[in-house]
Design a protein around this ligand. Structure first.
Ligand SMILES: [Zn+2]
Length: 214
């Protein structure tokens, strides 16, 4: 009996290993990159990068998730009537299931943005351009209802003096606004995601839901 259990276990381990290996790696890595300029508050330097997939290097891959900036590693999630958006292939099923639960329950989600390969985080170069990829660049983040869940600076704790940088003003209690005790944030956190409204430090990104942080 014990032998049989052991062989069943070995079979299951082999089966899951095969599933992980069965996807052939893409031949190329393609992405449309740009930088966020902190002086002009615009996106600059738009260009398309394409190279062999096995030449992925440096910050093109996110060590925390294994997701990459390559379009080939993203899948499109369709949840009509929302506009389709892209997310890292490995985690898309978990996100999609959580969002389907919320939409079925009638939660007011009207807009979702996912993957875009922008350097919108981190240190500035001499021209004022951000140099780090955000989690959106790896397809591990979505922005929900941006017009009701702004991104703020100078905001260690939310107060009327926080500086709205992107999106619309955050007014807890109004429909479609994300809050710590709301069903949208609670459901996505239960599925393993983090909420940018709980980001420590001076920024609060109320629209932002991500796998690995901010
Ligand atoms: Zn975001």
């Amino acid at each position: 009996m014990r032998e049989r259990k052991t062989s069943v276990l070995i079979f299951l381990i082999l089966l899951s290993a095969c599933a992980a290996w069965s996807r052939e790696l893409p031949e190329t890595c393609t992405y449309h990159v740009y930088s966020w300029n902190a002086k002009t508050q615009t996106s600059v330097g738009h260009r398309t990068i394409r190279h062999p997939y096995d030449e992925i290097k440096g910050d093109e891959v996110d060590p925390a998730s294994g997701c990459t900036v390559c379009e080939e590693d993203q899948v499109t999630i369709e949840l009509p009537p929302l506009k389709p958006f892209r997310f890292c292939r490995n985690y898309a099923p978990v996100l999609k299931a959580a969002l389907e639960t919320l939409l079925r329950a009638g939660e007011p989600i009207t807009e979702i943005d996912g993957y875009h390969a922008g350097r919108t985080r981190g240190a500035l170069d001499k021209n004022g351009n951000r140099t780090g990829f955000s989690s959106h660049a790896y397809g591990t983040a979505v922005d929900i209802n941006r017009n009701r869940n702004g991104f703020y600076h100078d905001c260690f704790v939310f107060n009327p003096k926080c500086r709205l940088m992107q999106g619309g003003p955050w007014r807890p209690g109004t429909s479609g606004t994300l809050t710590a005790d709301g069903v949208i944030v609670e459901t996505l956190k239960a599925a393993g995601f983090k909420w940018g409204g709980e980001e420590e430090g001076s920024q609060k990104d109320f629209m932002h839901i991500s796998l690995t942080g901010f």
